[in-house]
Every structure is written in C-alpha cells, then in structure tokens.
Design a protein around this ligand. Structure first.
Ligand code: IMO
Ligand code: MG
Length: 432
C-alpha cells in the first residue's frame, strides 16, 4: 500500500506571551488558503488586521476570512462567547458577506456562559497578590467546566427544550456551592434564553468542521491555522500558573481541530524585535525604565482586548524552544526596534540566562517554585538604530544593521525569518 498524503496545514503561533503580531503572518499565509481556522482560546485573543486601509480588531474569527476564497472555521478547541462572536460577525459584515459557506462554527466548541465570566473574576480575587491578570473573559472557568465534563457546547442549542433545561440544571449544579458562597444566582430561564439567543444569531453557522477539513486536507488544499495566545502562555508547557487555559503550542493548536501531526507543513512562530507581556508572570528581559517606556510608546504596546499597557523589554531568544519544531519565523516591528535604537542609543538581544548561579541557554520550567526570575545575558548588542528607507521592498533594501539583526536571529535559532514586518500596514512586509 502506498503512503500518500499532502502536508498542507500551516500553523501561525506566538513564541512568547502573545501579541507578537500573528495577524500579519495570517494575512499573508491566508491569501491563497482554502480554509482558515481558529482552534484554541477564545475572545482573550486580539488580532488586528488592516484591510482596505481600515484597522479591524478580531477576537474569535480568523483574520484570513477577509480573503474572498477562504472559508473560516472556528474549531472544537475554541471557547466561544456567542455575544462577542455575533458582534464580530456584524462588524465584519461591512467588509465580507458572512454566509454559512463563509463561516463555520464547530458544534463541539464549548460555549462561554455568564457564570464563567463571573467565576473568572472571583478566582482572580481569591488569588490575592498572586493574580494571573486574566483578560476576564471567562476563559479559564469555561475550559475547567469542559474538563469537568459539565459544559454546554454549541450544538446543545439544538436540543429540545426539556433536554436543554436538564443540561443547564446539571451545569449550574456543578458549582452550586461556589455560586452560593459568592452570592451569585443564575436562573435556568436566563441561561436558556442566552442559549436561544445564541441559536437565533449563530445557529445557521453551526456544523461539523470534519466535513470541510477532511476533503480539503485529502486534496492537499492549503489550510491555515491562526493560533491564539502563545508558547509561554500554554497550559501544558507555559509559565504555569501565569498562563492561559488552552494548549497553544504547535501540537495543541492542531489538536483543537483534531488534525493529525502528519498534515502540518509549515509552523511559523511569530516574534517581535523586542518582547512584551500583559498580565502577570515571569518576563526576564522586562525593562521597568525609560527603555521600556520608549518601546511601549514607539511600538504602541497597549492590549487589543483589554487596552492594558503592556510590559516591554528587549528581545529574548531563549524562550524560542527548538523542541517545538518551528519551520519559520515571522519577525515584526523591525522598523520600531530601529527607531528605539536611535532614541535610546543601544539595543540588546538576550541569548542566555544566569539562573540559580549558573549560565543556562534554556527556559527553566520551575520558576514558580524557585521564584527566581532568570537574569538575562545580552550577548548581542547593536549600537544606534536605523530607519527603514521609503520604498523598501526586499531584504537587500534594508539598512545593513537591520539585515544583521535578522541574520543574527536566524543563525541563533537556526530557523529562517521568512516574513518581516517593517511598518503597521500589511504592505509594509518583506516576504522572503
Ligand atoms: P493573543 O492571541 C496576550 C494572557 C492574559 C493573562 C493570561 C491568562 O492576542 O496573542 P486568560 O484570560 O487567557 O485566562 O488570561 O494570558 N493572555 C494574553 N496575552 N495576548 C493574548 O492573546 C492573550 N490571551 C491571554 O493577559 O496573563
Ligand atoms: Mg493580542
């Protein structure tokens, strides 16, 4: 028997703590894609794309939906707030005709319910000074109900009335005591009505993604997965407990659509020319000083989802873990880091840490136990900065120092930088 298959799935992931600019890589990779998918996370994600000169902030719908030939699929691994998703559909309808052929929502995806959002806030308060700094979208509690196997999935809105009411009662019973202690009450009727509204607004989009995924993959058509969150926020391999509640590493991102690993063709890790983090948790190269303020100001580092100012610091290559098997890097803000260098005089790249008195070149997995933030070693520095010249189209058009910056990253990570962002608009991109 012949072994015959076409690896045609492209994954776009964040290599750090989110907000690396996955939208840019998604925009380019999706232009010739057949399917564009979201497979993990929920509306904690905020992806900005620029379309016909307008800035479009997206939370749940993969941004590749803006290309005419794509079908967007929100897969089983996503947790869906139906109110937010409906708002997003309405907002996008200005640009794209959103029909059930254009957007498919997995019936198996779990639904975020009002009590998940309330519980998110309660759990954060319980943590006192060890808050995670969540986006307060109910993400963690929704995934926790899912693991408890007390959840409402999108296709549950099609159950008959009696059956759905039974299921809602069971869900409420799961955390009855917790709700009572917190003084929270939810009526079965209110949750039922919430589900009916989801059915009215989203029902026609709900279906089984396997039925479009398999024919596409079987025929070798391009499938792009727009990852959410990032490697250090991954529940399995990230900075637990300062992480999100889904698996946003390359394997988890496939799992959220039920796609087997043999179909992955390209695994793009998105990075910025500096680092940022929002929410709490370790951030070795953080700059709580003028340099950090300059990066934030020049990079416009404020959350898309929450508007929170992001912590900023120098580029850290240590968290890019070779074990993940990234095939490509997408480097954003090469223009910004040049301007930062011009303003603050010197830019740094971290290539190792001092941790527990030793030099290490990997990201430690026990920071939460030792409570020691690794001290960055900046073994590569660039004096001054650069400005991207008008009309820059190719790598060769970049200032020498900017080329050196890119080549250093490639050499160190042994991974080609195949997409480079040199400005906020999509056209400000070098594809290699
Ligand atoms: P995109 O896809 C940046 C962070 C939160 C918090 C932690 C847990 O835009 O890169 P959660 O609400 O998920 O329980 O919060 O994860 N976080 C993100 N940070 N970008 C994101 O998504 C994030 N999604 C979650 O700030 O620290
Ligand atoms: Mg974001």
């Amino acid at each position: 028997m012949e072994r015959n298959f076409n690896p045609c799935v492209v994954e776009i992931l964040g290599a750090y703590w989110g907000d690396e600019g996955k939208g840019r890589a998604a925009f380019f990779e999706s232009q010739d894609a057949h399917l564009v998918l979201r497979t993990t996370g929920g509306d904690n994600a905020g992806h900005t794309v620029y379309f016909k000169g307008e800035k479009i902030p997206l939370h749940l719908i993969p941004s590749g939906i803006i290309w005419p030939q794509t079908t967007a699929v929100i897969c089983n691994g996503v947790v869906i707030n139906p109110v937010i998703l409906y708002e997003e559909i309405q907002m996008l309808s200005k640009y794209v005709d959103i029909t059930p052929e254009k957007l498919l929502i997995s019936g198996s995806a779990n639904m975020i319910l009002p009590y998940h959002i309330d519980l998110d806030g309660i759990q954060e308060r319980k943590r006192g000074n060890q808050k995670i700094g969540t986006t307060n979208r109910g993400i963690g509690p929704c995934y926790s109900f899912k693991s408890d196997r007390f959840s409402l999935r999108m296709h549950d809105v099609f159950r008959d009335e009696k059956d759905l009411i039974e299921l809602i009662k069971l869900n409420l019973k799961n955390r009855e005591e917790e709700f009572r202690k917190a003084g929270l009450t939810y009526s079965v009727e209110e949750i039922y009505e919430y589900c009916m509204e989801a059915k009215r607004n989203l029902g026609k989009f709900i279906g089984n993604p396997d039925l479009v995924l398999w024919p596409a993959i079987r025929d070798g058509k391009k499938v792009v997965i727009e990852g959410a969150q990032a490697d250090r926020l991954d529940l399995e391999v990230g900075d637990s407990p300062y992480c999100t509640s889904s698996y946003c590493n390359p394997s988890g991102t496939l799992s959220g659509a039920g796609i087997g690993p043999k179909f992955a063709n390209k695994i793009i890790a998105t990075v910025k020319a500096y680092c940022s983090r929002v929410g709490n948790g370790p951030f070795p190269t953080i700059q709580n000083n003028d340099a950090g303020d300059t990066i934030r100001r020049l990079g416009h580092e404020y959350g898309t989802t929450t508007g929170r100012p992001r912590d900023c610091g120098y580029l850290d290559l240590v968290p890019i873990n070779p074990l993940r098997g990234y095939t490509d890097l997408c480097l954003n803000h090469l223009d910004t880091i040049g301007l930062i260098g011009k303003e603050i005089g010197c830019i740094y790249i971290c290539t190792a840490y001092i941790y527990q008195g030793e030099k290490i070149t990997y990201y430690p997995d026990d920071i939460s136990v030792t409570k020691e933030i690794p001290t960055p070693l900046y073994e590569k520095t660039f004096n001054g900065g650069w400005e991207i010249p008008e009309g820059c189209k190719s790598f060769e058009d970049l200032p020498k120092k900017a080329q050196e910056f890119v080549e250093f990253i490639e050499e160190f990570t042994q991974t080609p930088v195949s997409i480079i962002g040199i400005g906020p608009r999509n056209e400000d991109t070098i594809i290699r």
